[in-house]
Design a protein around this ligand. Sequence first.
Ligand code: ADP
Length: 214
Amino acid sequence: MQFRAKLVSWAEIEKWCRNIGKQVINSGFIPEAIIGLSRGGLVPARMLSDRLWIKDLYAVKTEHWGFTATKDGKAVLKRQGDPNINGKRVLVLDDITDTGESMKLAFDYIKSLSPAEIRTSTMLHITRSSFKPDFYSEEINEEKWAWFIFPWNVYEDLDNLIGRSMVVPSSASDIENILKDDYNISFADVDLPMLLNDLVDSGRLKLEKGKYSK
Ligand code: ADP
């Protein structure tokens, strides 16, 4: 096995975001603006904007992991026009704190925009992270570390994992077995052939005589 990867369902996303919403409400913190860290925090930020009735929603872009589970040097911030949060109470959303570097970088930048208060939150928090969010739904010990394949990143992640592991043209069921062996991924609730055909449509895989290749 190379490393563990886990397919995340939309039901889990809903559960985790609802859980964060409850924690924020119970804490007494009343955000006036939400910032999603792009791209992983965008969907959670939108869901919390709905749950907490906050229409003031911004995105801040950080980049850290260039390829799936391969660290691409340091986290960098891409400035795209500053959110208008001067004097406001702000809730920052990301998908996961793993090293914590992206959240730390974003936190320092957001602080420089003079909000009244900042609270941070992620759906998943790996205990080794150097940054601990104020609100998170699941805490994950380092031994349980996995690469989480979020539903909004499924094509990019599958494409990367298949590229690392497939050495000869393979059928859908061969690919399923390769991904099970190398990453312990379970495809019980996922239509893998459909996703593979989508990757063919976008030119990421070739399909000849029932076998997929890069
Ligand atoms: P942060 O600094 O936000 O704690 P990292 O810098 O460790 O997070 O990672 C930045 C981004 O890379 C995350 O927001 C997430 O989209 C992606 N990422 C990192 N670790 C994982 C993981 N174990 N599974 C899935 N995605 C991850």
